[in-house]
Design a protein around this ligand. Structure first.
Ligand code: GLU
Length: 380
């Protein structure tokens, strides 16, 4: 009869040396750690990307709670290529966008964010997504609706142009006046009543001035003086024609141009822009009185309500406004004067930047970028 074998397993386990148990535990721990790491990496790859943005038409437009616009459509295409979903975080101004990226509240930010050396120091930027720069917006359409003809006429009377013309006229007058004085004073019934230089020359100058303005009231008697008079009358006609042309041109230009026509005219003016934007830095440099607005719409409204004399803001945004809502109420003056590029902002060292740049280049190569651009800005 065989005796039943004692159960050996538990005894054997108890007999295992402690180093073997420790090794087994370490292996288990390592496996668990590996699992956790792989799982969290997979989670990070598939988690929604938190994208901070702000409303700046046409880069970011909000209609009935839905976001669209050039930057949003561009980002959606990039997100698709990266195979990542997006969760948008709409913030009030550009400083808050940068803060959100800096604090880790957002993985990146895209709107109308200009790449500057100061920002590049604290963040990482993608390749440029669009050219931009600053430009000036004023009230009124092509013809200056705020023109005040009386004020402009008064300004013209003390203008350099008028003073130059008067100077030329005075010099011109001296020549025929002297000829007239020399010849006519010797004639018995001449128009210069005295032989003395001073009262005589004044008389001759008065005649020359009147004739220049085509208002001659007396004609000389001496034949030589008559030749001078005829020549002088022709000079007068030409002079008046030139002067009238000059005056008309100046008045027309003033009617078309307003008091603000370029950055040089911003000094001392009340100028609006958006809070924390690159335009604030520019306006601080020139001596303009700056008013900052959070919403771009409020900025345009302030201009229309005459709370500011001009708006200095991003050229693409102003172009869109003047071809849409502001078509009949505002116009852009002068060239783009502070060139900047828009970019996507990441926290420094973000691994996303390389992926996004690759996706961006891919969109450009496949003309998808061009299609989105033309949809919002028209053909270049
Ligand atoms: N492009 C400007 C900037 O980056 C203005 C942005 C804005 O107001 O949204 O400062």
């Amino acid at each position: 009869m065989t005796r039943p074998q004692p159960a050996t397993s538990s005894r054997a386990r108890a007999a295992r040396p402690p180093w073997a148990i420790a090794a087994e535990a370490a292996r288990g721990l390592a496996l668990a750690l590996l699992f956790c790491l792989t799982w969290s990496a997979a989670q990070a790859e598939t988690a929604k990307l938190r994208v901070a943005t702000r409303i700046v038409p046409p880069m970011v437009v909000e209609k009935n709670g839905t976001l669209s616009g050039f930057s949003i459509e561009l980002w959606n295409s990039i997100g698709q290529r990266l195979n990542r979903e997006t969760e948008y975080l709409v913030l009030p101004d550009v400083s808050e966008l940068l803060d959100a990226v800096g604090s880790g509240r957002a993985d990146l930010a895209i709107a109308a964010i200009s790449i500057t050396s100061e920002r590049e120091d604290k963040f990482d930027f993608s390749l440029p997504i669009m050219n931009s720069g600053l430009q000036i917006l004023v009230r009124g359409t092509a013809v200056n609706v705020e023109a005040n003809p009386l004020r402009e006429l008064m300004q013209l009377f003390v203008s350099r142009t008028l003073l130059v013309w008067l100077g030329i006229a005075l010099l011109l007058i001296l020549v025929p006046a002297h000829l007239m004085f020399l010849v006519e004073r010797t004639h018995h019934s001449g128009i210069i009543p005295t032989r003395k230089y001073f009262p005589g020359i004044f008389h001759a100058m008065f005649w020359a001035a009147g004739t220049l303005a085509t208002q001659a009231d007396q004609m000389p008697r001496h034949w030589m003086a008559r030749i001078v008079a005829v020549l002088w009358m022709f000079t007068g006609v030409v002079f008046v024609a030139f002067y009238t042309a000059q005056l008309t041109a100046s008045l027309t230009v003033q009617q078309i141009r307003g008091p603000i026509n370029g950055p040089q005219d911003l000094v001392g003016k009340t100028v609006g822009t958006t809070r924390g934007s690159t335009a604030t830095a520019y306006l601080n440099e020139v001596s303009a009185h700056m008013v900052e607005f959070e919403k771009v719409d409020d900025l345009y409204n302030a201009l229309l309500k005459q709370q500011v004399d001009a708006v200095v803001f991003d050229a693409p945004a102003l172009l869109y406004y003047t071809t849409h809502d502001g078509q009949s109420s505002a116009r852009i003056v002068g060239e783009v004067f502070h060139r900047e590029d828009y970019g996507i902002v990441f926290p420094t060292g973000s691994p996303l930047r390389k992926q996004v740049n690759e996706a961006l280049l891919g969109l450009r190569e496949r003309d998808i970028y061009q299609r989105i651009y033309e949809e919002w800005f028209g053909k270049r």
